[in-house]
Design a protein around this ligand. Sequence first.
Ligand code: NAD
Ligand code: UGA
Length: 448
Amino acid sequence: MDTGHVDYPRTSSPARVAVIGAGYVGLTTAACLARLGNRVTAVDVDVARVKMLNDGVSPILEEGLADLLRSGLADGLLTFTTDAGSATSEADFVFLCVPTPQGGNGAADLRFVQQAATQIAPHLKTGAIVVNKSTVPVGTARSVMAALGRPDTVVVSNPEFLREGKAVYDWFNPDRVVIGSYDGAAAGRLADLYEPLGAPCLITDPASSETIKYACNAFLAAKLSFVNSVARLCDVVGADVIDVIEGMSLDRRIGANHLSPGPGWGGSCFPKDARALVHIAEVHGFEFPLLKEVISSNEAHFDWVADQLQAAAGGSLREAKVAVWGLTFKAGTDDLRDSPALAVIRRLVARGARVSAFDPTMPDESDARLSGVDIPGDPYTPCQDADVLAILTEWPDFREMDLHKVEAVMVGGSVVDTRNLLDPEEVEAAGLRYRGMGRTTAGGREDV
Ligand code: NAD
Ligand code: UGA
């Protein structure tokens, strides 16, 4: 996406905005609000990140974000600081975009939200609207209000629904804006800030708004656990999941989105948010067995993918070499948080395999999450003497690889394509065996 040619809307009533936390959500929010014409200061505790941002360098890979960052800095509408006080003292809106990681018992850890509230409390001007954009459990709008101790300000829930890799597109084209507040005037002012986007705006009470966010992520995770199970079903009955999904997706009640089978779902949010919702339900006396099954089905799916790789390697992974293409939790992002690729790799290593991997984002081998994985920096070296090649992330680049070269260097000849990314015929034409997820092509079933 070349944002330089996109005709962005402009606000008719610019506001002063502070954004606390300049990560995937905060940086995108700050850059997009500045692009609408608002004056935005983003705050982060990470000094190196703030310096990079003020130098016009995006610390994350996100389509279109670097352009917005540079134009915001050049227009003078976007600045970055570590000083929450100076950033918030004049702000009409203060967006909280700090992490809410998984705590020990599955509950969302609200430490960063509470810290941010405490930091900004003394500086807020009367009438400021604190906007909770982090994904937080029911009741957090109230607890942030308590942490602020500023009855002359308002706390509003405003969950974010963007996808990584499409963050800028999603921010400017939301399916809906959800605002949770008991204060109609504050909700209206926040709705006005989003007005240039022309999206439907749903105003609810805070508990409903907070619940909507978790319910959406849990529902999408459930959809994926279901479709991964359908792929396994296709495998055993000899159906082709590509056709099955097409047939399902043409039913408008089901739709085509979030219906591609894979190695299991992951990322920075689905796993933690699904567990947090189970915890929220339990605290209120509801077990939510369906959601628990969605989570355990995903864990079992990682095991099943490892089983497929073990079978493709000849029945044992002890001393086997597995080449892996793809480490990020999906294509289009450099984010390794809770990546399904890493969940599968952990299982391969536990079964005795040596893993050598390539990812187009060239992750740092010293990252603790990659310990035990060899990352030579090109796609073919991992295939050298490999028993099996696993495709774990759906980077389009993998479609352009020279499969003859892959075949020439591997000792085993199997490709396990967990994203159904490659053309099975091309793989076979290169002399390799192909195994997709729920496909009836070669490597699939002939005995049914
Ligand atoms: P992130 O880890 O990418 O960024 C958070 C940033 O906040 C970090 O740079 C960190 O240094 C900074 N920070 C922490 N405490 C701070 C403080 N007190 N003051 C200033 N900065 C502080 O996180 P993220 O992925 O942007 O997620 C943020 C929230 O948004 C989470 O609740 C997440 O569940 C939710 N969310 C994320 C996505 C997504 O796609 N990543 C989408 C929707 C919602
Ligand atoms: C997800 C939601 O889609 C966003 O709406 C939400 O705002 C965000 O979580 C959040 O709360 O953080 P994201 O984690 O960026 O966004 O990624 P998704 O595109 O939803 O993918 C999540 C996982 O599901 C990935 O591992 C991906 O590979 C997998 N997936 C997705 C599939 O296996 N098949 C699909 O068809 C889609």
